[in-house]
Design a protein around this ligand. Structure first.
Ligand code: ATP
Length: 293
C-alpha cells in the first residue's frame, strides 16, 4: 500500500522545494505522469468534466500476470454513489482502488469513467478529477493553509475556511497561534492522527473532485475523533462518486453499496441490510464486529 503513495510523497518533497505557485504544480503533474507505471497514449484526450459513472468490465489484474489479484471483476458505479469495499487482508481492495486512479492497467478487460476507457484519457485530466485520500495522509512542512490547499493553491481564504468548516476543523485552526498561517512542523508531527485525517479530508473537499477514492486509515482513533472523521467523510462524499476501501464496518455501513472482495472476486454486493439478511460472508463479519464493539 505504501508503494501506492510513494510517488505522492516524492512529489511532496518536490512541492516543498518548488512552492512558488502554479508553475510548481505543472512540474508536479508532469512528474506524476512520468512516475506512473502506466504510459499515456499519444492520442490521449482530455477527460471532460465528469458525471462520475465508473464501470469495471471483466477486469483481471495481477502485479505479476501469472498471479492475478483480481479476476473477472464487473461493477457499475452510478454518479454520486458510494461503494465500500471490504474483505480480508490481501484480498485486493487497495489494488482495486489503484486501478481506478490508473496506477496500473488491467491485464485484461477495461475500466471506463463516463464511458471513456481510462487508457484513452490523459493522466493529468484523470487525476485532477479524482480525489485520492490515502491511508496515511501526508502533511508537509508548510502552513496549515498550504497543506489544505495543496491541490488548489489558488483557493481563496473563504474557500479554505469552507473546507475547514466542512470537516469540523475550525476550532483547531482558530486555536493555532497564527490561524491558517500557522506552520506545521516537519511532516505534521504536531497534529494528532485524527486531525491528520481531517486535514486530508479538508484537502480533498477543497479540490472538489467528482470522484473520491479513499483508502481508510487503519490507525484507531478515540470515539470522539472517530465520530468527527465519520461526519467529515459524510460531508466529503455527499453528491460524489466514491470508492472507499473500508477497514471499519462502521464506515462500510454508511455506503450506498458494499462489495465484499475475497478469493480474487467480488463475492457479495448489496446494501448493509440486504447483506446482513443474506447471511453470507458480510453477515459473519458484521456479527463478529458487533460482538466486539
Ligand atoms: P489490506 O486490507 O491489508 O489493505 P488489500 O485487500 O487492500 O489488503 P492489496 O493491498 O490490494 O490488498 O493486495 C492484494 C495482493 O496484491 C496481496 O497479495 C499483496 O501482497 C499484493 N500486492 C499489493 N501491492 C503490490 C505491489 N505493488 N507489487 C506486488 N504485489 C502487490
Amino acid at each position: 500500500i505504501n508503494s501506492f503513495f510513494q510517488p505522492v510523497q516524492q512529489l511532496v518533497q518536490l512541492y516543498t522545494q518548488y512552492q512558488q505557485g502554479k508553475a510548481a504544480i505543472g512540474k508536479i503533474r508532469g512528474l506524476l505522469a512520468v512516475r506512473s507505471s502506466v504510459a499515456q497514449l499519444p492520442s490521449a484526450v482530455e477527460l471532460p468534466p465528469l458525471f462520475g459513472r465508473i464501470v469495471f468490465e471483466d477486469v483481471t489484474f495481477g502485479y505479476d500476470p501469472e498471479r492475478p489479484v483480481l479476476v473477472g471483476l464487473n461493477m457499475d458505479i452510478s454518479p454520486g454513489e458510494t461503494v465500500a469495499c471490504v474483505g480480508p487482508t490481501g484480498a485486493g481492495k487497495s489494488t482495486l482502488a489503484k486501478l481506478v486512479t490508473r496506477f496500473y492497467d488491467p491485464t485484461s478487460g477495461r475500466i471506463t469513467i463516463d464511458g471513456h476507457d481510462l487508457r484513452d484519457v490523459t493522466l493529468a485530466s484523470l487525476r485532477t478529477q479524482i480525489g485520492v485520500v490515502p491511508q496515511e495522509p501526508f502533511l508537509f512542512a508548510g502552513t496549515l493553509r498550504d497543506n489544505i490547499a495543496f491541490a488548489r493553491p489558488s483557493a481563496t481564504d473563504d474557500e479554505v475556511w469552507a473546507a475547514v468548516d466542512a470537516v469540523g476543523l475550525r476550532e483547531l485552526v482558530e486555536r493555532a497561534p497564527e490561524g491558517l498561517d500557522t506552520p506545521l512542523h516537519e511532516r505534521g508531527q504536531s497534529v494528532s492522527s485524527g486531525e491528520r485525517q481531517l486535514l486530508a479530508l479538508a484537502r480533498a473537499f477543497l479540490a472538489e473532485p467528482r470522484v473520491v477514492v479513499l483508502d481508510e486509515a487503519t490507525s484507531s482513533l478515540d470515539l470522539r475523533s472517530e465520530l468527527r472523521v465519520e461526519a467529515a467523510l459524510d460531508a466529503l462524499l455527499e453528491g460524489r462518486t466514491a470508492i472507499l476501501v473500508a477497514h471499519r464496518l462502521s464506515t462500510a455501513m454508511r455506503a450506498d453499496r458494499i462489495i465484499v472482495v475475497d478469493d480474487h472476486r467480488i463475492i457479495e454486493s448489496g446494501t448493509h441490510a440486504s447483506l446482513v439478511a443474506a447471511g453470507g460472508a458480510y453477515a459473519a463479519m458484521f456479527e463478529t464486529w458487533a460482538a466486539h464493539s
